[in-house]
Design a protein around this ligand. Structure first.
Ligand code: SAM
Ligand code: FES
Length: 349
């Protein structure tokens, strides 16, 4: 099995059969080896630096009804909120002082935030903080909308594809959403010039090894700049409330596989990973991740942006979160840096 790991490191890909073997292997020894190789590859490009992104969860209104998601339209228990432009800018100000140089604006698909409003927010942030990157994570919009946001100064876009298996996609989403459109959005975003992030949940209901292999093939084909993966965690007010959460080991295995497939990709150790294991994010970095995304949202709305149960850091101030993160990273010999943390191209890729 270790041969397969080395082969993946060298060729950046495996056959379906080989991926299946590696994904279904259960030995801790192989997992440690995979994690070590991935951390080594990550260090070759990014050294011991961990990039931080300040996450601003600016609306939890959403017109979609994804079966897994705690802020889905049908969840009447969710207390809805929207941040004002001033509140968003306050988050950026706090974040900038704390050393953040990337702001990630994330939210449900909220019709209140028209293209004009989003363009206005991007322009304001870029005017005050020209040295910062703005990342959007606001779901599926038209090609023209994406172009307008890019022209206004948005640098990056996160849109997890969720699963690259169309039948699995239908099991996770209502019929009005399609994998085809989701993928088209990702290709459009890339063509427009964004640094693009796709990704998926690990251990989502009905996920199989075969569907994960499709995810890996899609990731390889899209060649995104970022890949966001984290465990699925059930939310008590969703149709998937009784499903099992995704596993730590499979998530770490996949982080490492993705690092070996795309050596210079930006790979977050996600909040969901930190939620299923108190040292999940540290373990993620040691498995090849190189990004963490502390929360910059105002403290009074944190508990309302609950995508899943028991989400961590919902009671902390931004300053506490970043201090805690710096300490956690230092304890493993890594360093949180003040930088935009852009994708590093190597040999034109
Ligand atoms: N609306 C935007 C979109 O669709 O991309 C961004 C917000 S959405 C809540 C961000 C991500 O949260 C989703 O892409 C999904 O992978 C993740 N997510 C939602 N519910 C989750 C759950 N129960 N467990 C883990 N991750 C979840
Ligand atoms: Fe829209 Fe989750 S259903 S953000």
């Amino acid at each position: 099995m270790k041969d397969l790991v080395l082969q993946l490191e060298q060729n950046h890909f495996l056959t379906d059969e080989e991926f299946k073997l590696l994904l279904e292997d259960e030995s801790d020894e192989v997992l440690s080896f995979l994690n070590e190789r991935a951390a080594y590859v990550s260090k070759k490009t990014y050294g011991n630096k961990v990039y931080i992104r300040g996450l601003i969860e600016f609306t939890n209104y959403c017109r979609n009804d994804c079966y897994y998601c705690g802020i889905r339209r049908s969840n009447c228990n969710a207390e809805r909120y929207r941040l004002t432009d001033e509140q968003i800018l306050d988050c950026c100000e706090t974040g900038y002082k704390l050393g953040f140089r990337t702001f990630v604006l994330q939210g449900g698909e909220d019709g209140f935030f028209s293209d004009e409003k989003i363009v206005g927010i991007i322009k304001k942030i870029k005017e005050i903080y020209p040295d910062c990157a703005v990342t959007l994570s606001i779901g599926e919009r038209t090609h023209d909308s994406y172009k307008a946001f890019f022209a206004a100064g948005a640098d990056r876009y996160l849109l997890r594809h969720e699963t690259a298996d169309s039948e699995h996609y239908r099991q996770l989403h209502p019929g009005n959403l399609s994998l085809e459109n989701r993928m088209q959005c990702l290709y459009d975003l890339k063509k427009i010039g964004y640094q693009v992030g796709c990704g998926f949940m690990v251990g989502s209901p009905y996920q199989t090894t075969e569907s994960i292999i499709k995810d890996l093939k899609f990731v390889k084909e899209l060649k995104p700049h970022m890949v966001g993966i984290g465990p699925f965690i059930p939310h008590s007010s969703t149709p998937f409330k009784d499903y099992k959460q995704g596993g730590l080991k499979l998530t770490l295995r996949l982080l490492s596989i993705i690092r070996l497939m795309l050596p210079n990709v930006l790979l977050p150790a996600t909040t969901a990973l930190g939620t299923i294991d108190s040292e999940g994010r540290e373990k993620g970095i040691l498995a090849g991740a190189n990004v963490v995304m502390p929360n910059l949202s105002p403290k009074n709305v944190r508990k309302k942006y609950l995508l899943y149960d028991n989400k961590i850091c919902t009671g902390d101030e931004a300053a506490e979160c970043i201090l805690c993160m710096k300490r956690r990273m230092q304890s493993m010999g890594y360093e949180v840096v003040v930088s935009r943390g852009d994708y590093k191209e190597i040999n034109g890729e």
